[in-house]
Design a binder for this molecule. Sequence first.
Ligand code: GLC
Ligand code: MG
Length: 424
Amino acid sequence: MDRLCGPARVMIVSDLDHTMVDHHDPDDLSLLRFNALWEAHYRHDSLLVFSTGRSPTLYRKLREQKPMLSPDITIMSVGTEITYGEAMLPDDGWEHVLNQKWDREIVIEEASHLSHLKFQSPTEQRPHKVSFYVEKERAQEAIATFSKTLKDRGLDVKIIYSGGIDLDILPQGAGKGQALAYLLKKFNSEGKLPTTTLVCGDSGNDADLFSVPDVYGVMVSNAQEELLQWHAENAKDNPKIIHATERCASGIIEALGHFRLGAAISPRDITDYSQYKTEGFIPGLEVVKFYCLYERWCRADTENSEKHLQDMKHTFSANGVTVHPWGAEQSFSDAVEALRNCYGDKQGKPFRVWIDRISGQQIHSDTWVVKFRKWEFYGEGRRGCITTAILQSKAGPSEQCVWLHLHQTWLNEMGIMEESGWIF
Ligand code: GLC
Ligand code: MG
């Protein structure tokens, strides 16, 4: 990935539904915990890859519904579509690989002879993926018939059963594991092989990920029977794969700690930041910490004390200003005074703040320009800002950091700027 100059320190390759995203967690707390950890400690030198069974249409829908980070790479449709960056530029080389011994029309034709199959929605039928629903009791029979008939017709396919209901037919060279192996090979040829890779999953279509050589793996605590069974039959002696005790994204955090891949305490889980010592100044962490405090203050998840206000006040330079997204300027001291009245104004509401795509540039020995996207979630909707902050680290035992300037500009829903024609 061009965003990093060298090899990623950690590359996380995670499934989405019931792995990164917990559909039984209405507050999305485990996802938010992961987000804060990633942005504070990993974003600057690591890569985040989402690998989902969803088509681009359903993937975008999920991103609209859940407080998800922007991945560096998105692998969709069970490893048959690889795209890069926020612009989601497709990897054409991968598509070429998938055309071997594949003809989706033949798959569709043969499916019409199988009565227990039901086609999934048209959005989930993709150039290299044909998907059905089939009941658990009928799955083995359907897989056996399908593999025989498709082989007889000259195709070489991979048949995957997931979640006790979904049946996907893909080219043999496809799948989440093959897509990852392809990426690793590509990184290797560019001299950018990640130092460590952690794969995360919960269901049948993730088994492939755990088969890639040399990767660490976490099956989240809520993993499906079909994945656990695959593990018991194929990988139970592999010490690099664990079955977490925590659900979904919290299970991923658990794995980062278990394998000692880096920081494994989310800034969201820390109540007293003065006790939280890190080696050196981490600009991303400063941003995440402040917005955690801000969210707690507005939700009244922390006590209404003069000390908290003073702590926030000391975060900002007395001479600095904040430029609000609606185009108004306010001194930091006035902004902190205004915060006094905001205590608890989001109490009992589903208000959350999360930070995405933090990047920092050191412009002086102690000064950083930090850019990020800040999202606020209200329950009915969300709003986001492209944000730039200038941060200065203060040497000395307190290792305090001071914000010199903050500038925010509204983002539209999915973070894409609509205006064109403006250059400077
Ligand atoms: C996602 C896809 C579906 C697929 C399933 C399992 O739910 O939308 O088409 O069958 O993942 O891979
Ligand atoms: Mg899943």
